[in-house]
Design a protein around this ligand. Sequence first.
Ligand code: ADP
Ligand code: MG
Length: 182
Amino acid sequence: MPPQAPYPVFISSHVIGGFGRGSAELGIPTANIPPEALMASAMPKGQTGIYFGLSKITGTYGTLVRHKAAAEGAPPSNEIVKSTKAIATADATVLPMVMSLGWNPFYQNKEPSAEIHIVHKFQEQFYGADIKIAVLGYIRPESNFVSVEALIEEIMNDIRIGKETLALEGYREIAADAFWES
Ligand code: ADP
Ligand code: MG
């Protein structure tokens, strides 16, 4: 059975800097995308939580320079210094991902924020690169923080559910969609 409407939701965007805390320390880095990309997409509005799907990183990337927020509660003013370094071929493929969708406190919780963990070992960080995403389904709501170990275990379980579903007929075909080459 193929994904049910509104899935697949295809999104083309670019990788921005996040808060720079948490995910890398957990060993689970998440590529953040701007709220506008989600607002403009067919994603169900207001359903926060964990989604799964596919993702592909392409183009060139740079380094992230983190500036302090101008004021308490203001958005962090990160800046990506673009280089002409291209994503390695081995990294520029269609890969499984899990995505956490929440409300961004820096935007007074008015704008969604999405963080995407791609199930792949990348050679380098890829801030500023192009990212294509196919969101294929919803896994669960956000959970309350229990412990770091419990959180990691939960994310590992999300990855397992995502991968199992991606292997099903109706899902497998999406990895070959023309969207990835557009
Ligand atoms: P930030 O808060 O800036 O998003 P993270 O700790 O979440 O910082 O790290 C995210 C960055 O790590 C991504 O923007 C990307 O450049 C890099 N990265 C490396 N491997 C992965 C991966 N498997 N999935 C997502 N991002 C990755
Ligand atoms: Mg992140």
